[in-house]
Design a protein around this ligand. Structure first.
Ligand code: BES
Ligand code: MN
Ligand code: ZN
Length: 498
């Protein structure tokens, strides 16, 4: 879908979407269409239950007095609540209404709304961003889809008075969307296509936009002593990989970087502690943390963020086989700490143990944030609405929570503590990799904490939010790329120069 910005006009054809505030209050663009169509909009609203509430829609076909094919009224809710997320929802909702209607062009009319916290340029930019996010589709393997079921929408024009300013504001958001798309694609791909080497290949392509990318194979990781990560991958025919991406955008090249670390289990069978068959196919998205990290680095480089950022992802496939790690095995991590592997399905923490330690030692980062589809327990605790946040640093935790709220990727903080840590005690090694059923997400976080030393650190458990079973205003069901927008915003708000 091509996106353009232009000054307000009534399009000659295609679809046009306009916002309506709660209480059926037409925005100026909607009022203009209403006047030109002899009051069609007002009559259509009166004849329906459409009230202008958030995300409500009403489509009017072939309106009299106009040549456009359809007018889509999109509820905006109250003016005071018309923030970036509401503007994104406007764009996304309009696209969803029109995508498979047969229309090839959609115009989004965005005005200044009295009492709204954002000006027209920002509203327009976010409407375009939301439209692009919602237009995403992973359809490359659908060879028999009927033409009438495929979206025909090719062109989006955002109509707004400050169109040049809107276009400028959209440029950075467009780069963030590029990162989101990369992450969604990688997560959506099945595990026979995306495995450690092919995901590393995806990361390598970031070199084209100025990212320094290194890929470590098993031989190099063995030399570094990464026994925890390697143990997880040892049952797979695919070679484990550790990918290091560096975006050095700060004026001071020596400034300590922000480090982002991702769990990249390209398929999690559970290993010898094998998972039940039902739903196991979902474990293709057990690399969503790493996809979010790669996507974020793409966004930061794409918009030339003035920050030094390093992304480290541990990529492995967790398979049962004659060479697979067994329950009871003891592995030695790069940090020197030994781990009794009680359950081979608690593999993400083993991968992150070495990735975190390596990141801390090599880059001496200002902070580390890791993302991982780490525990089923977080889905029990928070469902599919919020990710779990754990942090050793209150300032960092608050910044992450605020960034999450701002971009619509909410996180909820859970505690860490000495008492939980005790659950990891092993009789024969420094720790075991599971802490029992109670507080499963917290003991997993405590495990990770043992590998980050004194660096301010936060862990985001995205197991419940990486994949959506339903459409939302800005994300069709499937891979969400949770974390890309949040991390990009975290950097933009707190770690960029000037
Ligand atoms: N990848 C899973 C966590 C997961 C579960 C993500 C469900 C999304 C949906 C992780 O590797 C895992 O298997 N965790 C185990 C840990 C347990 C063995 C201590 C879990 O949560 O059941
Ligand atoms: Mn597992
Ligand atoms: Zn896993």
């Amino acid at each position: 879908m091509k996106i353009a910005f232009a000054k307000p006009q009534v399009p000659a054809e295609g679809a046009v979407a306009v916002g309506v505030l709660e209480g059926r209050v037409l925005t100026p663009a909607a009022a203009a269409l209403d006047a030109q169509s002899g009051g069609t909009l007002a009559r259509a609203m009166a004849a329906s239950r459409f009230e202008g509430k958030k995300e409500q829609t009403l489509t009017i076909l072939a309106p009299a007095g106009l040549t456009v094919g359809r007018i889509v009224l999109v509820g905006l809710g109250k003016a005071a609540g018309l923030d970036a997320l509401a503007a994104q929802a406007f764009g996304g909702t309009a696209v969803a209404q029109v995508a498979t209607s047969g229309e090839t062009a959609l115009a989004l009319a965005v005005d200044t709304v009295a009492g709204a916290p954002l000006d027209a340029a920002a509203l327009a930019a976010h409407a375009a961003f939301g439209a692009r996010l919602r237009a995403y589709r992973f359809d490359k393997y659908l060879t028999k889809e009927k033409k009438e079921d495929k979206p025909a929408l090719k062109k989006l024009t955002v109509l707004t008075e400050p169109h040049a300013a809107a276009k400028t504001a959209f440029a950075a958001l467009d780069k963030v969307a590029d990162g989101v798309m990369l992450a969604r694609d990688a997560v959506s791909e099945p595990a026979n296509v995306i495995h450690p080497e092919t995901l590393a290949e995806q990361a390598k392509q970031l070199a084209e936009i100025g990212v320094d990318v290194e890929v470590l194979g098993e031989k190099q990781m063995r030399k570094l002593g990464m026994g925890a990560l390697l143990g997880v991958g040892q049952g797979s025919d695919r070679e484990s990989q550790l990918v290091v991406m560096r975006w050095m955008g700060a004026a001071d090249q020596d400034a300590a970087p922000v480090a982002l670390v991702g769990k990249g289990v390209t398929f999690d069978t559970g290993g010898i502690s094998i998972k039940p068959a039902a739903g196991m196919e979902e474990m293709k998205w057990d690399m969503a943390g790493s996809a979010a990290v790669i996507g974020t680095i793409k966004a930061l480089a794409g918009r030339q963020a003035r920050v030094n950022a390093v992304g480290v992802v541990g990529l492995v496939e967790n398979m049962p086989s004659g060479s697979a790690q067994r329950p009871g095995d003891v592995v030695t991590s790069m940090s020197g700490q030994t781990i009794e592997v009680i359950n081979t399905d608690a593999e993400g923490r083993l991968v992150l143990a070495d990735a975190l330690h390596y990141t801390k030692e090599r880059f001496k980062p200002a902070l580390i944030v890791d993302l991982a589809t780490l525990t089923g327990a977080i889905v029990i605790a928070l469902g599919n609405e919020q990710a779990g946040l754990f942090a050793t640093d209150d300032t960092l935790a608050e910044r992450i929570a605020a960034a999450g709220r701002a971009v619509g990727e909410p996180v909820w903080r859970l505690p860490l503590g000495e008492a939980y840590d005790k659950q990891l005690k092993s009789d024969i090694a420094d720790m075991k990799n599971v802490g029992g059923r109670e507080a499963g997400s917290i003991t997993a976080a405590q495990f990770l904490k043992r590998f980050v030393g004194e660096v301010p650190w936060a862990h985001i458990d995205i197991a419940g939010v990486a994949w959506s079973k339903k459409d939302t205003a800005t994300c069709p069901k499937g891979a969400t790329a949770f974390g890309v927008r949040l991390l990009d915003r975290l950097v933009a708000d707190h770690y960029e120069e000037g």
